[in-house]
Design a protein. Sequence first.
Length: 102
Amino acid sequence: MLRLEYFLIISAALFCIGVFGVLSRRHVIQLLLSIELILNAVIINFVAFSAFMHTAKLTGQVFAIFIITVAAAEVGVGLAIIISVYRNLKTAKIEDMKILKW
């Protein structure tokens, strides 16, 4: 029998890996993937709490679909910006993208 704690441990591990990736990576694509790991950890939490609350409401699943939609839009916009900057600067490293600063 799966318990809520197992889902929370997996979610916490994914969240920690994602935060470590955001703080340590220097490549923009790796940064986007780390943000996706963080969002997946949040989705696991929402669905797990919704499943274990024993209510007829599907609020966790609705929030999960909303997060997946926002994540897809974030990846689309993020990749468009990355491709545009890469075409101009010929690099995808965060340190070399000083053109985005004021």
